[in-house]
Design a protein. Sequence first.
Length: 143
Amino acid sequence: MLALAYFFQRTKVGLSLRAVADDHQAAISIGVSIRTVWIIVWSVAGVVCLVTGTVWGAKLGVQPALNLVALKAMPVIVLGGLTSIPGAIVGGLIIGASEKLFEVYFGSIIGGATESWVPYIVAIAFLLVRPAGLFGTQDLRRI
């Protein structure tokens, strides 16, 4: 995660990627090649997915229930903000802690198996309070 954060904030390629994400036309006007940026984006995404899939597959085995692990990424991203890598880290810590704390303190009262649905309840509650996430920015536009 630190390497990705450094890559996107300090390198020329990372800044080009962020420029294209913000405004395609402005990036083109300063000489950024959109084709090159798309190749880099899909390559980095593929490498990250490859590493993640390999680690989780080795840990949990390759089985249909592996999709539950992937679906837990959504509440993490919602909490952290869709545009923030540090937000994803903090969101992951909050979701992980809330899962375990809820299971320990309320699992026996409810009947257990709360770890599969508590992250979504936390995400929905958080969306009601702060829709952009912890580190996300609200993009308000007038029409």
